[in-house]
Design a protein around this ligand. Structure first.
Ligand code: NAD
Length: 492
């Protein structure tokens, strides 16, 4: 099969152009027969008023080439700009983010010389859905969206990855002691899909203690699979304790393409100073070459890079006892080029990939075995029955018992029972506590009195509004096969 010959490239912001030039020089010196198309994304487009940071012509290039080497981008804070990274990952369906975190001891200082782990992060869901609202003058909301199909996809991917790459243990990090439905689903799928992988050791950690253990003794971990936000945070911790955030590369894969980038950001504090470490983006490029099938070049570059690190040729961010010469970005680039063809003496020598499947092959395999491609199963799924509705209201001046007293007579006539009022998730009626701090945003849980009756939301809302209630939103309460598909209020 003919290997891909072209990839898409962007120079990024901050240190992006410096480290991209470095990587291009090394790729060229390696002789890999690749060319590229440059797209302009990020800060310059944001400044032109394109809030997405990317224009239509770039999408065409990305879809044509499928492989994208992306330098870090600055996302302006505030002002409604959307993160370009998140937009690209989600638009192209790059559902898996793979972040290896490896120590290069003793050449790069770390307290964890044995560290060699891979974080597989769900890339499309969670709080990164970016659905946020200011619902009242006081209350802001960000929706955490977790799907069964998305969770199944990333968990299967992680198991397949661990199996294919000969890894021994896989750990799942969630916060399902608090988020029982969303994180609970992820944990439950990790356990059930895990039965198909008996050769792998498995464990689950609540994210807080998991992160603490990871920071303290990362050697105990091998492959970690987790949700989007947790994965983002723990992969920076892991990259930092491995030696530097400047060293790690990562891949984002899906069936419509893949994007390779450094774990770090655009480092505006050192931009233009010729002191950025190009290693993170170089390792991302190595990842890409392996995935494209150009493994011999990936190996050539990785070994030259390891030899450079072993020789103590270091940028300032990894300066330590083993540094023999502290160098600029351009000097490091030249040192790597000078060592093409050499192998490290102490760090493990890289060998051309013998993996029968690239990350993108995995992603296709996983997608085809996931239930989202089997709509019949979803249609034959659980029986869904609407049993009530949570009505969220804005009420800045009343107490919970006053709200209940005003609402109860109206609901009685409409065939609903008010079973609970909560404020910021905690039950405040009936039997609330005076100590609970309440804001202007209340959730009133209404259950149907007669199960046979349909929920007539329009009628309910009209009636409440006619009685002067300021309704923010509603959320239907469903039972699935008779089990609640909603959480109880804290204290309910
Ligand atoms: P950052 O990773 O850019 O910088 C954190 C620290 O690490 C800084 O002190 C920086 O100098 C240092 N550092 C990072 N990369 C380095 C390298 N290659 N060599 C030497 N030192 C390096 O994180 P930040 O400061 O929080 O974010 C800066 C900008 O980057 C923000 O606009 C953020 O939105 C963006 N960002 C982009 C990406 C991406 O494009 N994938 C990822 C994270 C952050």
């Amino acid at each position: 099969m003919e290997l891909p010959k072209r990839f898409t490239l962007c120079f990024g912001d901050g240190i992006g152009p410096e480290i991209t030039q470095s990587v291009l020089k090394i790729l060229e010196a390696s002789g890999v027969p690749l060319s590229y198309d440059i797209i302009e994304v990020g800060e310059k487009l944001y400044r032109r008023g394109i809030t997405s940071g990317i224009d239509d012509s770039s999408w065409e290039v990305l879809l044509k080439n499928r492989f994208f080497l992306k330098a870090p981008i600055t996302t302006p804070q505030g002002g409604g700009y959307k993160s370009l990274n998140v937009t690209i990952r989600k638009t192209l369906g790059l559902f898996a983010n793979i972040r290896p975190c490896q120590a290069y001891a003793p050449f790069v200082k770390t307290r964890h010389p044995q560290m060699d782990l891979i974080i597989i992060r769900e890339n499309e869901e969670d709080l990164y859905a970016g659905i946020e609202y200011r619902q009242t003058p006081d209350v802001y909301q960000c929706l955490k969206l977790i799907t069964r199909s998305g969770s199944e996809k990333i968990i299967r991917f992680a198991y397949e990855f661990a199996r294919q790459r000969g890894r021994k243990r896989i750990s799942c990090f969630t916060k399902d002691n608090i988020m029982k439905l969303t994180d609970g689903l992820f944990h439950q799928l990790f356990d059930s899909i895990g039965q198909e992988y008996p050769e792998l050791q498995k464990d689950h950690y609540i994210i807080d203690i998991g992160a603490a253990r990871l920071a303290d003794s990362p050697e105990r971990f091998d492959v970690i699979v987790t949700l989007n936000l947790y994965g983002d945070i723990i992969s920076d911790i892991a990259a930092q304790i491995a030696g530097s955030v400047g060293l790690a590369g990562s891949a984002n894969v899906g069936s419509h393409g893949s994007m390779y980038e450094a774990v770090h950001g655009s480092a505006p504090d050192i931009a233009g100073q010729n002191r950025a470490n190009p290693s993170g983006l170089l390792m991302a490029a190595v990842f890409m070459l392996n995935d494209m099938g150009w493994s011999q070049y990936a190996t050539l570059i990785e070994n030259a890079w390891k030899k450079t690190i072993e020789d103590g040729i270091h940028t300032p961010d990894i300066k330590g006892e083993m540094t023999r010469k502290m160098v600029s970005t351009t000097e490091m680039t030249q040192a790597i080029i000078d060592r093409l063809g050499e192998e490290p003496q102490q760090l493990p020598t890289s060998r051309p990939s013998t993996h029968s499947q690239s990350l993108r092959d995995f992603s296709n395999l996983v997608q085809s075995s996931c239930s989202e491609n089997r709509p019949c199963e979803i249609n034959d799924g659980p029986i869904r029955e609407c049993v009530g509705v949570d009505v969220f209201i804005y009420e800045p001046t009343s107490q919970a018992h006053q709200i209940a007293a005003r609402m109860l007579p109206i609901l009685n006539d409409l065939g609903y029972e008010l079973v609970m009022i909560s404020n910021r998730g905690v039950k405040v009626w009936p039997h609330g506590r005076l100590e609970t701090h309440c804001v202007d945003h209340w959730r009133c849980r209404l259950m149907k009195k007669n199960k046979q009756n349909a929920i007539r939301l329009g009628q309910l809302l009209e009636s409440l509004e006619n009685h002067g209630w300021d309704i923010i939103k509603t959320e239907n309460l469903y039972h699935y096969d008779g089990k609640p598909g909603y959480s109880l209020g804290q204290g309910q």
